[in-house]
Design a protein around this ligand. Sequence first.
Ligand SMILES: Cc1cc2nc3c(=O)[nH]c(=O)nc-3n(C[C@H](O)[C@H](O)[C@H](O)COP(=O)(O)OP(=O)(O)OC[C@H]3O[C@@H](n4cnc5c(N)ncnc54)[C@H](O)[C@@H]3O)c2cc1C
Length: 398
Amino acid sequence: MEIFDRSVLALPFFSEHHRALAERFESWTQCNWPTLDTLGTADVKGAVRSITRALGEGGWLGFRADGTAPAPVAPPLDLRSICLLREGLCFVDDLLDFAFSIQGLAAAPLIMFANEEQQNRYLPELCSGRKLGSLALSEADAGSNLAATQLSAVRDAANYVLNGEKTWIANGNVADFHCVLARTGEGPGAFGLSLCLVPADTPGVSVAADLNVMAPRPLASLKFENCVVPRDNLIGRAGSGFQYALTILNRYRTTVGAAALGFCRRALQAALERTKSRKVFGALLFDQQMTKQKLADMAVFLDAASLLVVRSAWELDCGGERSDHSSMAKLYASEGAQKLVDDALQLFGAAGTLKNSLLERLYRQVRLLRIYEGTSEIQKLIIADSLVAGGCAVRRSS
Ligand SMILES: Cc1cc2nc3c(=O)[nH]c(=O)nc-3n(C[C@H](O)[C@H](O)[C@H](O)COP(=O)(O)OP(=O)(O)OC[C@H]3O[C@@H](n4cnc5c(N)ncnc54)[C@H](O)[C@@H]3O)c2cc1C
């Protein structure tokens, strides 16, 4: 089965390495499809643990976000590879992509900003899928505006003491460690935040609530009560946490666009199969002009979104920092994906609305992309600001 569009893969943005990765992923998926398909139907926490392990054993977690840090297990992955994998995983199943992307997000601060000791302590376990991580930025009153973060990390001679709450944390209730954005107070607002590693079994850390969102995944609110971690657990420089978080989000937004492509390719494939077999008014649904209009719109959108995604990934791999291009990729792909999946569902008629049918699941799964890692509105603010800042605006919001 072909998951990727060969005409996109043939573009000079990709190298032979990426084309080989895509082939390897397709054959791995083919062999593992029955297992992967059933993993997602089990209890969601257990499923994500099993999936992460399977991805680690398959060698798919050898992530590398910036081209400088070692990837201990598998060959390094640049952003284009991460995009390809997210596209492929979303094509197969939302929960596979969830497990892959959250493990990558948790690893990103370690790869990009941590010291060697911290990398050696956490990355091998993350890459093998034996341990799970989370990136805990959001709070009830600090979602789009991370500069409003309140969770405090107060320093004493040897430790930081954390108090506060985080919410909407992917893997929050299954992770073995959290990378937490905390107020350390070096400066006001955005200038007084740091990233801190907190093992999940540290006394004082607890899951305050499991959160059930429209597409099942382990998501939780976390509570930190007099939680003591060594000062060595601080990642990079104190006071730079906000800048680190935005750098990571900026890169990963491009991959959210890639995730949208995967959902869309699956929806388009299903719509084609359906319309080529379904008869209406004595002819194939495919042969109705309004059907062709919908399918044509889907194909044009997919190509346009693919180009925005690969442009941004290629630029970031080449060392560029165009946050507006990353935002464009996320915004365009995730907003358009909603329409594409909706049109595909429409082509299925009532059958598309059946609970847990493919289209009904895609309809719910694709919705989340417009909110996490910066809402569509925040992407528009970044893009608009870049028009007067030479294309490189960095906003003080997530
Ligand atoms: C499935 C899922 C997974 C997530 N995973 C994680 C995770 O792993 N780690 C983590 O830290 N967080 C995570 N989040 C949280 C996510 O990053 C936030 O939900 C997101 O940043 C938006 O914050 P909010 O929900 O508080 O919305 P708010 O910030 O309250 O925004 C509400 C609405 O107001 C709009 N808005 C806000 N500011 C402006 C403005 N200036 N101008 C115009 N409109 C504006 C927003 O676009 C939105 O439509 C996750 C969320 C979801 C849904």
